[in-house]
Structure formats: structure tokens, C-alpha cells
Design a protein around this ligand. Sequence first.
Ligand SMILES: [Ca+2]
Ligand SMILES: [Ca+2]
Length: 191
Amino acid sequence: MTTARALLLCSLLSPFGCTKGPSGGHDTETACNDGADNDGDGLTDCADPDCAEVAPCTWPTAVDLEGRFDFTSTAYGVSDCTTDYTSTVQQVDDPSCDPCDRVMHGTYRYVTDDCPSDPNNPRPSGGSYGFVFTSDTAWQVYFLDGDQAWQTLGTATDDGTGTLVFERTDPVNYQQTQIGTLDTTYWFSEH
Ligand SMILES: [Ca+2]
Ligand SMILES: [Ca+2]
């Protein structure tokens, strides 16, 4: 029997046919995220080429992040300021973000920071981000806040160059008066 015919028969008979080897298992990796080597070829989950096209194997495990907080003052005597940081966020095992396909954590390197420091609220040394990979060009982004609660940030969308950009603008209040606006931007790109 030719190989092609054997494969066709195999697929027609599946799941009763197509066993191979002493393990008697499947002939392909049937689940790409169960921690098991389903077809007994020594390659588990994403390490098996059978899973090459299957999420979550196609999802990134490391992403370069640039973050910017850009404060624009509308109050007399209050200056504009900007905080920029970079990070490489890496996949971590964190099931606490319930909807997330993946959680990534990274340490920050501050590039620019001319905003006033607050001794009671020092700059974070790193951060955790959660992602739902809605599509290749849109990700839902979550952020783990200082109280260890996941906050929904919104959608990062492809800017046309493969970098996914998240932007939002929030009012900044001081003693119940708005003193300016804060533009938050994250750029996520392939590591
Ligand atoms: Ca396998
Ligand atoms: Ca598997």
C-alpha cells in the first residue's frame, strides 16, 4: 500500500486506526497544551512539529514592551512630564488572570522620567501583563495593579508594522480638581 493510501485509510479509520509503536498511542500530538506526549515521539506539546500551527504554540512567549506615561498639565504652576520605560516581558505561569491566554512579566528600565517622585509611591521595578490573543492584529490587554488585582486596560492593535499599540487618555485630578491629562501608551513588539 502506498503511503498516501495508508494515510487516507488511517484518517478514515481514526480514532480506531493509525496507532503506532509499542505505546499504541496516536500518530499526531492530539493536544498541544496537556503536558503529555500524546503520540509517543518524544516531543511534548509545542515542541512537537504537529503543533506548529496550533495556538497556543503560535503565541509569543516573550515580547518587547515600551511604556510611556505622558502628563499634560492644564493647571497653573504644574509642569508637563513624561515617564518612559522599556522591558522584555516573558511568559510566566500565573493562572490568576482568568480570561488571559498568557501572562507575561518583566522588569522595567526607566529611560526618561522627569515626573515628580513620591516617596510613598515609588516607581515599580516591573509589571505583569495579561493577554487575550483575539487575533494577529488585536490583543486584549490586562494589567496587574499594585493591589494584585487584574485590571482590564483595553485593546492593543497593530499599527501596520507588526507592533501592537495600546493607548488611552485619563483625566488627572488633585483635590477634586482636574489638573491635566495622562496619555498612557504601550508598544508591544516581537522580541
Ligand atoms: Ca509528541
Ligand atoms: Ca500533548
